[in-house]
Every structure is written in C-alpha cells, then in structure tokens.
Ligand binder design. Structure first.
Ligand SMILES: C[S@@+](CC[C@H](N)C(=O)[O-])C[C@H]1O[C@@H](n2cnc3c(N)ncnc32)[C@H](O)[C@@H]1O
Length: 212
C-alpha cells in the first residue's frame, strides 16, 4: 500500500475523495435499492472457496455480505472515509478483508494476483475508466472473471444531448451518465461473456467479463 500522503493522484480523484468523504455518512441510504442487483452481479462470478477477489472502488463495503465465506477479499478505494465504513462492516460481518487506500487506475498488485474483480458503480465514476479496465485485466489471472454493475449507454448510439448537458454537473458530484462500455473495454483483454439489463428502463447493466 502506498502511504496516503505520498500517493500520486490526478486532480479529479482528489476531488472525488473529498466528494465521497462528504457522501460517506449517507452513502448506504442512497444506494440501498441496488442490493438485489449487487447480489445478481456477484452471483455471475460463481466465486469458489479459496478464490481471491478484488473489489475496486469498494466504497463502504456493501458487496461484502454477498461474497461467500472462504473467499479471500481485498478491497481498494481512494477515499479513506469510505474504507473506514467498509472495515467496520467487515468486522460486523465477521469477514477478514484486506482493505487499502489505492487508486483504481494504478493498482499496486503484481500481475495475475486475483481470480475475480468486482466493479460495482466504479467504471462510471473513475476519471479514466480505460486505464482502470487495463489495470483490472493486468491483475486478473488468465481466464479470471470480472463482474460489473453500472449505468452505461448503448455503444451504438450517440450520447443524447440532455445527458451531455447534465453530465458536467453530475461529474462534479462524483459520477458520469455518458459512458459506454465498449470503448472502455477496447484493447483491455477483457471480453464480455454475458450482459443483462436491470432497473427502470434497463438503465443498469450487469455484466460478466473474462480475461482472454
Ligand atoms: C459510487 S461509489 C461505489 C462504491 C461501491 N463500489 C458500491 O458499489 O457501493 C464510487 C467509489 O469509487 C471511489 N473512487 C473514486 N475514484 C476512485 C479511484 N480513482 N480509485 C479508486 N476508487 C475511486 C469513491 O471513493 C467511491 O467510494
């Protein structure tokens, strides 16, 4: 783990750290309604006892209760206040979690360190999702899986004007509504195995990826 004070971060990630520090006391309430979709997404990974899972942008640890016992969990996030809540949750659930402050665009793990990566509500947040996807592919073992739950636009349609207009405001609050998964994955070595839509109007995508 890189010590907080010496961690190099882009200005937007520093801003997001501040935003999510402010969001952290209310965060669980804001995303309460995603619980069923989290479970669905994690089930897609078919985690086996003994496997090593990495949660990128793990937030307050709302995914932890859906991960089967016997799986080794590592969780990273750029916001210490979110990880503080994650550690408390892990303690309550009796789960051992290696939780570290880290940038999801520059993962401090050797190649092939994990069997599964969880990417819930992070690819639409993180400043450079292309870099993040490449890092995820790098730290996955060959044949490893990643599960994604996030809001993406269709790859084959232009971003609607209204979303282009509101995105700068939402981006300043900590998320984006103009992202498409295809360009994010291009050249990453991660292949879509399954993709489902969920939520009102199918705004949410639940995706299983495999490292080639
Ligand atoms: C919308 S929350 C999602 C949290 C969690 N994955 C969930 O499903 O509830 C986005 C998280 O991404 C984190 N984040 C933002 N930029 C990041 C970065 N560059 N690297 C790692 N985490 C980041 C934020 O601190 C925040 O906890």
């Amino acid at each position: 783990m890189i010590p907080l004070a010496t961690m190099k971060m882009d200005p937007l990630s520093i801003w997001y750290r501040l935003c999510y520090t402010l969001w952290s006391p209310f965060y669980d309430l804001l995303v309460l309604w995603f619980a069923g979709w989290r479970r669905r997404s994690i089930n897609l990974a078919e985690l086996q006892p003994g496997e090593r899972v990495l949660i990128v942008g793990a937030g307050t640890g709302l995914d932890l209760k859906f991960i089967a016992p016997g799986v080794h969990i590592t969780a990273i996030d750029v916001t210490p206040a979110m990880l503080w809540r994650l550690r408390r949750r892990a303690h309550r659930l009796g789960r051992e979690v290696d939780a570290r402050v880290m940038d999801g665009q520059a993962l401090d793990f050797p190649n092939g360190s994990f069997d599964v990566v969880v990417l819930h509500l992070i690819l639409a947040v993180i400043p450079d999702p292309v870099r993040c996807a490449r890092e995820v592919a790098r730290v996955l073992r060959p044949g490893g899986r990643a599960v994604v739950m996030d809001k993406f636009l269709a790859d084959d349609r232009p971003v609607p004007l209204i979303l282009r207009l509101v995105n700068p405001v939402l981006k300043s609050l900590g998320t984006n509504v103009n992202r498409q998964l295809g360009p994010i994955l291009e050249g990453s070595g991660l292949r879509i195995v399954r993709q489902d839509s969920a939520g009102p109007g199918g705004f949410l995508k639940i995706i299983l990826l495999r490292k080639e």
